[in-house]
Design a protein around this ligand. Structure first.
Ligand code: FES
Length: 228
């Protein structure tokens, strides 16, 4: 055996395994600017047909939505508060049916819900002596509140005063008024206040309890003719 001959172990004469070539990574794409990203998003939307909402967009939409709802609710509350309403009972227009309207010269009828007395005075019933001026008679709506200190004034059909029976007589300090609401006695500074009266064609009467006029000597002249 030659000196340079080297003993080889089995398998040593096989060729060395070739190294696996790893392809080099492509160079990183430059960071897309905002326009590119927006355009890409629109393209994705166009392809997919679905609207893509980012987290930021979702939060922004929620914020403005809540703001809008709050403004809407506030506006509605304000409108609801300011809108004039049709008042029922005292403060509004009250209809008194024909059946409840007193006949001329009879006792006044108390309309509790409207806080007034409905009287039907004859031409000579409203004034008394030097107190007040008589008119032609008709319907008067007298506010039940005493102009002195505000007590409710009742009609006292049995009360006799100055030779006459039947007066409005305040229970608090004794102010006394004719059937036409003219003050003839007591500390009240004026006659009973009156309310606006309108007669309907069917005989019912509308009294506007929100339109109150201060009582005066001409109370009886304010009576509205009633022929139903
Ligand atoms: S409150 Fe009616 S007289 Fe005083």
């Amino acid at each position: 055996m030659a000196e340079d001959e080297v003993t080889k172990q089995p398998g040593e004469d096989a060729a060395p395994a070739a190294e696996v070539a790893v392809p080099a990574a492509p160079p990183a794409a430059p960071l897309a600017n905002l326009d590119d990203r927006v355009r890409a998003r629109h393209e994705r939307m166009a392809r997919g047909g679905a609207y893509e909402i980012s987290r930021r967009g979702f939060l922004r939409g929620g914020f403005f939505g809540a703001m809008g709802l709050t403004l809407l609710a506030t506006g509605y509350s304000f409108w609801n508060f300011m809108w004039p309403r049709k008042l029922l009972g005292f403060g509004g227009v009250l209809t008194v049916s024909k059946e409840r309207v007193p006949k001329p010269g009879t006792e006044p009828v108390r309309i509790l819900e409207g806080k007034f007395w409905l009287v039907n005075i004859k031409p000579d019933e409203g004034a008394f002596g030097d107190f007040g001026e008589n008119g032609k008679g008709g319907l008067l709506a007298l506010y039940q509140k005493c102009p002195h200190l505000g007590c409710t004034v009742p009609w006292v059909g049995t009360f006799q005063f100055q030779g006459q029976t039947g007066w409005f007589r305040c229970p608090c300090h004794g102010s006394t008024y004719t059937k036409g609401g003219v003050r003839v006695f007591g500390p009240a500074p004026r006659p009973l206040d009156t309310m606006l009266v309108k007669v309907n064609s069917n005989g019912s009467v509308e009294v506007d309890t929100g339109k109150i006029t201060q009582g005066a000597a001409d109370n009886p002249k304010r009576a509205v003719p009633y022929n139903a």
